[in-house]
Design a protein around this ligand. Structure first.
Ligand SMILES: [Zn+2]
Length: 54
């Protein structure tokens, strides 16, 4: 699970558009809080995403 990039809170809702909303501070954020995570997850997702939504 991802943590809020604003307050680090581990609790959040998943929004309909695939983003998350922090339960602690209410900030909305994408599923990838850090660039390292983006790079890692993009690596795996790019393998599945080739025929997918992109
Ligand atoms: Zn937060």
């Amino acid at each position: 699970m991802k943590h809020c990039p604003e307050c680090g809170g581990p609790w959040h809702y998943r929004l309909g558009d695939g983003r998350f909303k922090c339960r602690v501070c209410g900030r909305r954020f994408v599923a990838f809080p850090s660039i390292e995570t983006v790079l890692k997850e993009n690596f795996w997702q790019s393998m599945k995403m080739t025929e997918g939504e992109f």
